[in-house]
Write a protein that binds this ligand. Structure first.
Ligand code: BGC
Length: 543
């Protein structure tokens, strides 16, 4: 079968946090090169780098001051070129974060705009009346009380969907659109393999709307796609659209003219809800509400990322449940979400960590791993904002976790008995064949070997028992058989015979806390799962 968009597996890392090669306390591009074999060893295809351009780093680089450069703490353009070459040599593509919606307030464009200089008067969204666009939600609810901030120098308010130091660009201005398209061209010609497009629903504003997902935004993204197709056809574009599935779907366009990969935000919190409740109900609800994607496109799914675990796309009731189950202390919460890493969210419980990965790898869509989660790294909830989930990657149990030779790195490595670098680090897990790291590697490899996943027709099977989440990937049309992935969401054993249709020979290709034979004939799978157990079955022969 040909490569399909759902085959891809991604790895997300923050350059500042990964490995400090020059000993200045900040991770850098040379450091990523040094540790690229670790990334490649996970069997991933696409490496997504958080923003690397010059920035005061008040929002970890999502506050850009020069769209065409590399932050000096992270290295140089030559280092980036070397990283891309080293990645390509290992079969990895490199995509960078592209922050289209806004800049830092320290960006020379904003400084010119507030002074009404250099023809940049209207490059940002200014008003005398801060009741303009009143129907727009605030995203960073813990730090901002309005989407407008008064600028003393210009004597007007400027619009910002995120921090007040991140003014939104005015996409109604043709020069802004042309400039940002030129930035896209610049990086593609430089050699990056694509972009993770940050915060794209918010590019345009129109009075009387919620200022998200506007027609004008789609028109611009289509222009961007046309440019990408001209400069670098096949470049990898991943859009950050934190919306309900029906509002996200239009960003795929007709499948060829907008963004081919989009995060599926709302399914993520429902995986956690499913574990808390021991029931598939929430997963079923959101997947039933998820329309099929156009050919050539794919959802991108994740368990955690560099932000808070967002609870924007859930009901009030679900939010209450999630906070109670996963963020009992107020300092674990941020904005509308939970600022914790995967392993602490799951109580450092190996069974539940495995189960969540097994679900991730069999959801419809391309999965992302977030650096450190392959080890079960902990977090630091005493650090402000989202810093607690952006701490140094622990390479060993030496000083600064082997991340840096500097005595005071940009943030201290997590150091507590559960999930701290003294016990959770790459070197220790490399030595231990039973470690989570080895397990995650094997899981990714298995997913890649099972052709139906990511390509076959996906369905959620009703097992007649809501404690079970059963995903089916059916590629019999293409002669590639089926995969049935059975997951026990409950903290108690489940036993039943699962009807999957007759006439097959099934092989159990993955088992965790699961009893029973490795092969069965016929249309019924013997499900014998302990608490949080899982078993994947594959039938390669078409019946
Ligand atoms: C990124 C955040 C960032 C925000 C503003 C987001 O969606 O993921 O980390 O703070 O955009 O750029």
């Amino acid at each position: 079968m040909p490569e399909a968009p759902g085959d891809v597996v991604l790895y997300e890392l923050y350059v500042r946090a990964f490995r400090d090669a020059n000993g200045d306390g900040h991770g850098d591009l040379r450091g990523v090169i040094e540790r690229l074999d670790h990334v490649a060893s996970l069997g991933v295809d696409v490496l997504w780098l958080l923003p690397i351009s010059p920035s005061p780093l008040r929002d970890d680089g999502y506050d850009v001051t020069d769209f065409r450069g590399v932050h000096p703490d992270f290295g140089s353009l030559d280092d980036l070129r070397a990283l891309i070459d080293a990645a390509h040599a290992r079969g990895l593509r490199v995509i960078t974060d592209l922050v289209l919606n806004h800049t830092s307030d320290a960006h020379p464009w904003f400084q010119a705009s507030r002074r009404r200089e250099g023809g940049k008067d209207d490059w940002y969204v200014w008003t005398d009346d801060p009741t303009t666009y009143a129907g727009t939600r605030i995203i960073f609810t813990d730090s901002e009380t309005s989407n407008w901030t008064f600028d003393e120098l210009r004597g007007q308010y400027y619009w910002h969907r995120f921090f007040h130091h991140q003014p939104d660009l005015n996409y109604d201005h043709p020069d802004v659109r042309a400039e940002m398209l030129d930035v896209v061209r610049y990086w593609l010609e430089f050699g990056v393999d694509g972009f993770r497009l940050d915060a794209i629903p918010y590019l345009f504003e129109r009075e009387g709307t919620i200022n998200e997902n506007l027609r004008e935004t789609h028109a611009f993204l289509k222009e961007l796609r046309a440019l990408v197709d001209e400069v670098k056809p096949g470049a990898f574009l991943l859009g950050e659209v934190n919306q309900w599935p029906e509002d996200t779907l239009p960003y795929f366009g007709d499948g060829r003219d907008e963004i081919p990969y989009l995060f599926h935000f709302p399914v993520m919190p429902r995986l956690y809800r499913a574990l808390a409740e021991g029931s598939v109900a929430g997963i079923r609800w959101i997947l039933e509400r998820t329309p099929p994607v156009p050919d050539g496109c794919s959802w991108v799914v994740f368990l955690r990322n560099h932000d808070e675990l967002t609870l924007e796309m859930v009901t009030e009731e679900e939010r209450t449940l999630m906070y109670a189950a996963y963020a009992p202390e107020p300092r674990m919460r941020l904005n509308v979400g939970i600022r914790r890493r995967l392993a602490p969210l799951l109580g450092f419980d190996r069974a539940r960590i495995e189960l969540m990965h097994a679900l991730l790898m069999t959801l419809p869509g391309a999965p992302i791993l977030y650096y450190g989660d392959e080890l079960g790294l902990g977090d630091d909830i005493h650090l402000p904002d989202r810093h607690g989930v952006r701490t140094p990657m622990p390479w060993n149990d030496g000083p600064q976790a082997g991340f840096s030779d500097h005595p005071v790195p940009y943030l201290p490595p997590v150091d507590h008995p559960l999930g701290g670098y003294r016990s959770v680090n790459v070197a220790a897990q490399e030595r231990d064949p039973g470690s989570l790291l080895h397990w995650v590697r094997a899981l990714v490899r298995l997913r890649r070997r099972l052709a139906p996943i990511g390509r076959g027709r996906f369905s959620l099977l009703d097992a007649g028992d809501d404690r079970l989440c059963v995903f089916v990937h059916d590629a019999r049309d293409a002669g590639a058989g089926q995969v049935v992935a059975v997951h026990n969401l409950a903290a108690e054993p489940v036993a039943l015979d699962l009807e999957v249709g007759g006439g097959h020979r099934w092989r159990r290709v993955l088992a965790g806390r699961s009893e029973g034979p490795d092969e069965v004939e016929g249309g019924s799978l013997p499900v014998r799962l302990d608490a949080h157990g899982y078993a994947w079955w594959s039938s390669e022969a078409a019946p």
